[in-house]
Design a protein around this ligand. Structure first.
Ligand code: 6PG
Length: 493
């Protein structure tokens, strides 16, 4: 039988969709799943593409079915399953073979796998794939971390299956060595969390602050989708708000429990930003909001004690809808600025040389955060307008100057109404702190020096200084006598 061009290991939602996409572009694909019946079902549903697949039952058969040197795409849950599979494949594969991990893996694991395979001639590729099932099937955005040579070997397949940006460019690229691709996907997801949280906060203001029904809010989002907020997430928001539950006939959002799940990538973004010393408060707020949402029972009790956080409807009048749109835009700019700043810092720390303009470009289509706005970000990075932070790029300065007032009014109004907007308010606080010439950490430095002699810098003289705390400085605490020790000493003397 003719050998396959590539193997796909794992026929879950994403693996199946990618395998079909690859086959549709004319490549021959060997497939395998741990549970044989999944492979059988996949083959039964492959339709006219079925003859482009080589279904296999054992790992040895799978590996043997791919033309050497082999590319193998593994699409299995991140963490232990990937670890086990890499260990198993290491003994079967030959020098020149490439393992591509297309899952949402932790980039630290990806770096580790690269080290483990060092000297074997087998290459490990960490590839972030975004776009959900639909994207995987018809054009995902793919973020690749690997050696340049490995990327060039798999490039024809990736370019054939990738989403196309409005200018026709494929949304897949080599971003750097080892963990560069999975790190970038992690930050993509952190931004995705912030984007979704801010949209949900605005939905909350439309619902609880303005008293709009889901279908009315859907119309608002639909209208916004024709403006600067145009994006996949705004588009699906409007669709989700329009759909009714077949069982109750109510809008589906009204019967969905308000407890959000998460698989980890948003949290990793926040942790990595902290590790890199980058403030990413809007992303952190979004992760925190999901965690808080899961404390449903505690929230019910708190609502009983303090009153539900819906003091009055129609707090926001309908003439505030334009403010909500601009507030969302301003918040979104800050979230993306934080995500891109985190990538810039990681690029320096890990020596990846992450091409930020390329990242913005390959996020223009295929991925969950795809939007018109990413085209503007790509332009700002491409032309070198972003030096330190996206909010300083001239086009974004204009938007922020125009939209910051709305963000301020919306956050203030929400606070007064008792409606939570954690990500939007974090974005506003970040923006205000970022543009504050004289902040308030002079006091923190004074406190640190007072209690711990940590030293501070002066505005008028170089070097490290200490405060004239004199007799005000804390005295070392006298240790309380240890009666047991005292008794020991008594006995010995
Ligand atoms: C994508 C998504 C996807 C992610 C889901 C769920 O880019 O296609 O980011 O990879 O798995 O969005 O993530 P959470 O379960 O953490 O919300």
């Amino acid at each position: 039988m003719e050998q396959a061009d590539i193997g796909v290991f794992g026929l879950g939602t994403m693996g199946s969709a990618l395998a079909l996409n690859i086959a549709e572009k004319g490549f021959r694909v060997a497939v395998i799943n741990r549970e044989q019946d999944w492979t059988d079902r996949f083959m039964a549903n492959a339709g006219e593409l079925a003859d482009r697949f080589v279904p296999t039952r054992t790992v040895e058969e799978f590996v043997g079915a791919i033309r050497s040197p082999r590319p193998l795409l593994i699409m299995i849950p991140a963490g232990a399953p990937v670890n086990q599979q890499v260990a198993a494949l290491k003994d079967i594969l030959n020098s020149g073979d490439i393992i591509i991990d297309g899952g949402n893996s932790d980039f630290h694991d990806t770096i580790r796998h690269n080290k483990e395979l060092d000297g074997t001639g087998i290459t490990f590729v960490g590839m972030g794939v975004s776009g959900g099932e639909e994207g995987a099937r018809h054009g995902p955005s793919m973020m690749v971390g690997s050696t340049r040579e490995a990327f060039e070997r798999i490039e024809p397949i990736l370019m054939a299956i990738a989403a196309r940006a409005p200018d026709g460019e494929p949304c897949a690229a080599w971003l750097g060595t080892d963990g560069a691709g999975h790190f970038t996907k992690t930050i993509h997801n952190g931004i995705e969390y912030a984007d979704m949280q801010m949209i949900a906060e605005i939905y909350g203001l439309l619902r609880d602050g303005m008293g709009l029904a889901p279908a009315e809010s859907a119309e608002v989002f639909e209208r916004w989708n024709a403006g600067p907020l145009n994006s996949f997430l705004i588009e699906i928001t409007s669709t989700v708000l329009k759909v009714d539950d077949p069982e109750t006939g109510k809008p589906i959002v009204d019967v969905i429990l308000d407890r959000a799940g998460q698989k980890g990538t948003g949290k990793w973004s926040a942790i990595e930003a902290q590790n890199l010393g980058v403030p990413a408060s809007a992303i952190e707020a979004a992760v925190g909001a999901r965690v808080l949402s899961s404390l449903k029972a505690e929230r019910e009790k708190a609502a009983d004690v303090y009153g539900d956080a819906v003091p009055k409807t129609n707090f926001f009048t309908k003439d505030k809808i334009d403010d909500l749109e601009k507030a969302l835009l301003a918040g979104k700019i800050v979230a993306y600025a934080q995500g891109f700043a985190t990538m810039a810092a990681a690029s320096r720390a890990f020596g990846w040389g992450l091409p930020l303009p390329t990242i913005a470009k390959i996020w223009r289509a295929g991925c969950i955060i795809r939007s018109q706005f990413l085209g503007d970000i790509a332009k700002a990075y491409d032309t070198g307008e972003v030096v330190d932070n996206l909010v300083m790029a001239p086009d974004f300065v204009d938007v922020m100057k125009d939209a910051q007032g709305a963000l301020r009014r919306v956050v203030a109004g929400a606070a007064e109404a008792g409606l939570p907007v954690p990500a939007l308010s974090a974005a506003l606080a970040y923006f205000d702190s970022y543009r504050q010439r004289r902040g308030t950490t002079d006091l923190i430095q004074g406190q640190r020096d007072f209690f711990g002699a940590h030293g501070f810098e002066r505005i008028d003289e170089a070097g490290t200084h200490h405060g004239p705390w004199g007799s005000n400085a804390p005295k070392p605490e006298a240790k309380p006598a240890d009666p047991a020790l005292h008794a020991e000493v008594e006995k010995a003397t």
